[in-house]
Design a protein around this ligand. Structure first.
Ligand code: 4BW
Length: 149
């Protein structure tokens, strides 16, 4: 069996691959659900990070979470879109990465999540790393390194 050490292959760091915070659509914990749904629909993303007023990462909210919350027994209860805020429906228990983690750390976490948020030591939001980015990197490595071996 061939064992490959990730650092032997000189994989890039999360910092080099992430989408920086200024290019990432996000919502805030106190936003009403109708605002969050509007952001998700306008950007076309299924899910986006949730931040607090001090730019600290708090969780992730998706279209599905919002729609499930507004679905009553027999119909959608659209009043809930105004009455509830993002903090009441978001998923808080999600993994994060730091800028100095390697691409391989990101790969393991991206198996179960379409994107992973990157935070600093104070929990402030630095950006996201996505499945697309990692797949592109592996494709690049395959052509440049593994295919030649
Ligand atoms: O607007 C888009 N532009 C591009 N270039 N690709 C898009 C766009 N919207 C969706 N896609 C593609 C990407 O390949 O569909 C995939 C699934 O999107 P998603 O999950 O279900 O909305 C995208 O795959 P990805 O780039 O690996 O992104 C994984 C997830 O990361 C997305 C979305 O939830 C989140 N995301 C990506 N870029 C983001 C973002 N969230 C906020 N802001 C961003 N800039």
């Amino acid at each position: 069996m061939i064992s490959v050490q990730s650092n032997d292959l000189n994989f890039p760091l999360v910092e080099e691959l992430m989408i920086p915070s200024e290019k990432v659509a996000h919502v805030q914990v106190g936003n009403p659900l109708d605002h969050a749904l509007l952001v998700l629909l306008k950007t076309g993303y299924s899910a986006v990070p949730v931040l607090d007023a001090t730019f600290k990462f708090q969780g992730v909210v998706s279209k599905t979470m919002i729609l499930e919350e507004t679905l009553g027994i027999e119909q959608f209860e659209l009043d809930k879109l105004n009455d509830l805020t993002v903090i009441e429906v978001m998923k808080k228990d999600v993994p994060c990465l730091k800028k100095d983690h390697s691409m391989i750390d990101a790969l393991y976490k991206l198996i179960d999540h379409p994107f992973i948020c990157v935070t600093n030591d104070d929990g402030e939001f630095d950006g996201i790393i996505t499945r697309r980015t990692i797949l592109k990197q592996f494709s690049k490595h395959y052509h440049e390194t593994l295919k030649r071996a």
